[in-house]
Design a protein around this ligand. Structure first.
Ligand code: TMP
Length: 212
Protein backbone atom coordinates (compact mmCIF):
# COMPACT_ATOMS: atom_id res chain seq x y z
CA UNK A 1 0.00 0.00 0.00
CA UNK A 2 1.38 3.44 -0.92
CA UNK A 3 2.36 5.55 2.08
CA UNK A 4 0.26 8.75 2.28
CA UNK A 5 2.34 11.85 1.57
CA UNK A 6 3.01 14.08 4.55
CA UNK A 7 2.13 17.76 4.60
CA UNK A 8 4.39 20.80 4.38
CA UNK A 9 3.42 23.66 6.69
CA UNK A 10 5.58 26.79 6.54
CA UNK A 11 5.77 29.74 8.93
CA UNK A 12 6.64 33.16 7.57
CA UNK A 13 6.94 36.68 8.99
CA UNK A 14 9.38 39.38 9.95
CA UNK A 15 11.94 39.37 12.74
CA UNK A 16 10.65 38.49 16.22
CA UNK A 17 7.17 37.42 15.11
CA UNK A 18 7.37 34.42 17.46
CA UNK A 19 7.71 31.74 14.77
CA UNK A 20 9.94 29.37 16.75
CA UNK A 21 7.65 29.34 19.79
CA UNK A 22 4.61 28.72 17.63
CA UNK A 23 6.31 26.03 15.56
CA UNK A 24 7.17 24.13 18.75
CA UNK A 25 3.56 24.44 19.96
CA UNK A 26 2.07 23.27 16.65
CA UNK A 27 4.53 20.37 16.34
CA UNK A 28 3.71 19.21 19.88
CA UNK A 29 -0.02 19.31 19.07
CA UNK A 30 0.42 17.33 15.86
CA UNK A 31 2.57 14.74 17.64
CA UNK A 32 -0.05 14.42 20.38
CA UNK A 33 -2.52 13.65 17.59
CA UNK A 34 -0.26 10.77 16.51
CA UNK A 35 1.52 12.31 13.55
CA UNK A 36 5.18 12.01 12.74
CA UNK A 37 6.51 15.59 12.63
CA UNK A 38 9.79 17.11 11.48
CA UNK A 39 10.59 20.64 12.70
CA UNK A 40 13.12 22.39 10.53
CA UNK A 41 14.17 25.86 9.39
CA UNK A 42 15.56 27.95 6.56
CA UNK A 43 18.17 28.89 5.78
CA UNK A 44 19.37 25.66 7.34
CA UNK A 45 17.97 22.25 8.22
CA UNK A 46 20.86 20.16 6.85
CA UNK A 47 24.52 20.41 7.80
CA UNK A 48 25.46 22.04 4.49
CA UNK A 49 22.56 24.49 4.63
CA UNK A 50 23.38 25.39 8.24
CA UNK A 51 26.92 26.28 7.10
CA UNK A 52 25.44 28.59 4.47
CA UNK A 53 23.08 30.05 7.10
CA UNK A 54 26.02 31.15 9.21
CA UNK A 55 27.40 33.13 6.26
CA UNK A 56 24.05 34.85 5.70
CA UNK A 57 22.96 35.82 9.19
CA UNK A 58 26.25 37.00 10.69
CA UNK A 59 28.47 39.95 9.86
CA UNK A 60 27.56 43.41 8.70
CA UNK A 61 24.61 44.36 6.52
CA UNK A 62 26.78 45.12 3.48
CA UNK A 63 28.53 41.75 3.55
CA UNK A 64 26.33 40.43 0.71
CA UNK A 65 24.06 42.17 -1.77
CA UNK A 66 20.52 40.89 -2.37
CA UNK A 67 21.54 38.84 -5.44
CA UNK A 68 24.29 37.04 -3.53
CA UNK A 69 21.83 36.37 -0.71
CA UNK A 70 19.35 34.93 -3.22
CA UNK A 71 21.94 32.51 -4.57
CA UNK A 72 23.22 31.46 -1.15
CA UNK A 73 19.71 30.99 0.27
CA UNK A 74 18.57 29.00 -2.73
CA UNK A 75 21.69 26.81 -2.60
CA UNK A 76 20.83 26.08 1.03
CA UNK A 77 17.17 25.47 0.11
CA UNK A 78 18.10 23.02 -2.64
CA UNK A 79 20.13 20.93 -0.19
CA UNK A 80 17.37 21.13 2.44
CA UNK A 81 14.58 20.08 0.05
CA UNK A 82 16.57 17.30 -1.58
CA UNK A 83 18.10 15.72 1.50
CA UNK A 84 15.52 16.36 4.21
CA UNK A 85 12.10 17.77 3.26
CA UNK A 86 11.26 15.68 0.18
CA UNK A 87 12.27 12.35 1.76
CA UNK A 88 10.33 13.19 4.94
CA UNK A 89 7.17 14.05 2.99
CA UNK A 90 7.53 10.88 0.95
CA UNK A 91 7.72 8.87 4.18
CA UNK A 92 4.43 10.41 5.40
CA UNK A 93 6.02 12.85 7.87
CA UNK A 94 4.51 16.28 8.44
CA UNK A 95 7.17 18.93 7.94
CA UNK A 96 6.87 22.22 9.82
CA UNK A 97 9.39 24.67 8.41
CA UNK A 98 10.47 28.04 9.81
CA UNK A 99 10.58 30.15 6.61
CA UNK A 100 10.63 28.90 3.00
CA UNK A 101 10.41 30.35 -0.50
CA UNK A 102 8.07 33.24 0.49
CA UNK A 103 10.84 34.70 2.67
CA UNK A 104 13.06 34.98 -0.38
CA UNK A 105 10.36 36.81 -2.31
CA UNK A 106 9.73 39.18 0.63
CA UNK A 107 13.35 39.84 1.70
CA UNK A 108 15.38 39.58 -1.51
CA UNK A 109 12.67 40.06 -4.15
CA UNK A 110 10.60 42.92 -2.74
CA UNK A 111 12.51 44.59 0.14
CA UNK A 112 15.87 43.80 -1.53
CA UNK A 113 14.64 44.99 -4.94
CA UNK A 114 15.47 41.97 -7.12
CA UNK A 115 11.89 41.61 -8.30
CA UNK A 116 9.42 38.75 -8.14
CA UNK A 117 10.35 37.12 -11.44
CA UNK A 118 14.06 36.72 -10.73
CA UNK A 119 13.34 35.28 -7.31
CA UNK A 120 10.63 32.94 -8.63
CA UNK A 121 12.97 31.47 -11.22
CA UNK A 122 15.79 30.75 -8.75
CA UNK A 123 13.30 29.51 -6.15
CA UNK A 124 11.94 27.06 -8.73
CA UNK A 125 15.41 25.56 -9.15
CA UNK A 126 15.77 25.27 -5.38
CA UNK A 127 12.36 23.79 -4.57
CA UNK A 128 11.92 21.65 -7.67
CA UNK A 129 8.31 22.89 -7.66
CA UNK A 130 7.53 21.93 -4.06
CA UNK A 131 4.82 24.27 -2.67
CA UNK A 132 3.66 24.30 0.97
CA UNK A 133 0.22 22.85 1.75
CA UNK A 134 -0.31 25.70 4.21
CA UNK A 135 1.64 28.88 5.00
CA UNK A 136 1.04 30.75 8.25
CA UNK A 137 2.12 34.39 8.01
CA UNK A 138 2.77 35.71 11.52
CA UNK A 139 2.18 39.42 11.22
CA UNK A 140 3.52 41.95 13.70
CA UNK A 141 4.66 45.58 13.59
CA UNK A 142 8.40 45.41 12.77
CA UNK A 143 9.21 47.78 15.67
CA UNK A 144 7.62 45.30 18.10
CA UNK A 145 9.22 42.29 16.41
CA UNK A 146 12.70 43.81 16.30
CA UNK A 147 12.49 44.76 19.99
CA UNK A 148 11.55 41.13 20.76
CA UNK A 149 14.41 39.68 18.74
CA UNK A 150 16.96 42.08 20.26
CA UNK A 151 15.86 40.85 23.68
CA UNK A 152 16.63 37.30 22.49
CA UNK A 153 20.31 38.29 22.10
CA UNK A 154 22.48 35.98 19.96
CA UNK A 155 24.82 36.46 17.04
CA UNK A 156 22.35 36.13 14.14
CA UNK A 157 21.74 39.85 13.83
CA UNK A 158 22.68 40.70 10.25
CA UNK A 159 19.14 41.17 8.87
CA UNK A 160 18.03 42.96 12.05
CA UNK A 161 20.49 45.74 11.21
CA UNK A 162 18.70 46.54 7.92
CA UNK A 163 16.77 49.82 8.14
CA UNK A 164 13.13 50.38 9.14
CA UNK A 165 12.01 50.87 5.52
CA UNK A 166 13.40 47.42 4.65
CA UNK A 167 11.48 45.75 7.49
CA UNK A 168 8.28 47.64 6.61
CA UNK A 169 8.63 46.42 3.00
CA UNK A 170 9.13 42.83 4.21
CA UNK A 171 5.94 43.04 6.29
CA UNK A 172 3.90 44.42 3.39
CA UNK A 173 5.35 41.82 1.01
CA UNK A 174 4.17 38.95 3.23
CA UNK A 175 0.68 40.51 3.45
CA UNK A 176 0.61 40.86 -0.35
CA UNK A 177 1.73 37.24 -0.85
CA UNK A 178 -1.05 36.07 1.49
CA UNK A 179 -3.61 38.15 -0.34
CA UNK A 180 -2.49 36.80 -3.70
CA UNK A 181 -2.65 33.16 -2.54
CA UNK A 182 -5.55 32.89 -0.08
CA UNK A 183 -5.94 29.13 -0.61
CA UNK A 184 -2.42 28.52 0.72
CA UNK A 185 -1.74 31.42 3.10
CA UNK A 186 -3.37 32.53 6.34
CA UNK A 187 -2.31 35.72 8.15
CA UNK A 188 -2.24 35.48 11.94
CA UNK A 189 -2.07 38.55 14.20
CA UNK A 190 1.12 37.75 16.12
CA UNK A 191 0.77 40.72 18.48
CA UNK A 192 -1.76 38.68 20.47
CA UNK A 193 -0.72 36.66 23.54
CA UNK A 194 1.25 33.47 22.75
CA UNK A 195 -1.58 31.14 23.83
CA UNK A 196 -4.10 32.96 21.66
CA UNK A 197 -1.80 32.79 18.63
CA UNK A 198 -1.22 29.07 19.28
CA UNK A 199 -4.97 28.40 19.46
CA UNK A 200 -5.61 30.31 16.22
CA UNK A 201 -2.85 28.35 14.48
CA UNK A 202 -4.13 24.99 15.75
CA UNK A 203 -7.66 25.78 14.55
CA UNK A 204 -6.35 27.05 11.19
CA UNK A 205 -4.34 23.88 10.61
CA UNK A 206 -7.33 21.65 11.50
CA UNK A 207 -9.65 23.60 9.24
CA UNK A 208 -7.26 24.13 6.35
CA UNK A 209 -5.96 20.59 6.19
CA UNK A 210 -9.39 19.09 7.00
CA UNK A 211 -8.29 17.30 10.17
CA UNK A 212 -10.81 15.73 12.55
P1 TMP B 1 15.27 33.65 11.23
O1 TMP B 1 15.74 34.81 12.04
O2 TMP B 1 13.80 33.62 11.05
O3 TMP B 1 15.85 32.36 11.66
O4 TMP B 1 15.81 33.87 9.72
C1 TMP B 1 17.12 34.22 9.47
C2 TMP B 1 17.19 35.43 8.59
O5 TMP B 1 17.31 35.07 7.23
C3 TMP B 1 16.02 36.37 8.70
O6 TMP B 1 16.50 37.62 9.14
C4 TMP B 1 15.48 36.50 7.31
C5 TMP B 1 16.57 35.95 6.43
N1 TMP B 1 16.07 35.24 5.25
C6 TMP B 1 16.04 35.89 4.04
O7 TMP B 1 16.42 37.06 3.95
N2 TMP B 1 15.58 35.23 2.95
C7 TMP B 1 15.14 33.92 3.00
O8 TMP B 1 14.73 33.36 1.98
C8 TMP B 1 15.19 33.25 4.28
C9 TMP B 1 14.74 31.83 4.37
C10 TMP B 1 15.66 33.95 5.37
Amino acid sequence: MAMPRGRLITFEGGEGAGKSTQIARLAAGLRAAGRSVLETREPGGTSGAEEIRRLLVTGDAGRWDAATELLLICAARRDHVRRLIAPALAAGTWVVCDRFADSTLAYQGIAGGLGAETVASVNAVATGGLVPDLTLVLDVDPAVGLARSHRGGGAETRFETFDAAFHAAVRQAFLDIAQAEPQRCVVVDAAQPVDVVAAVIAATVRHHLALP
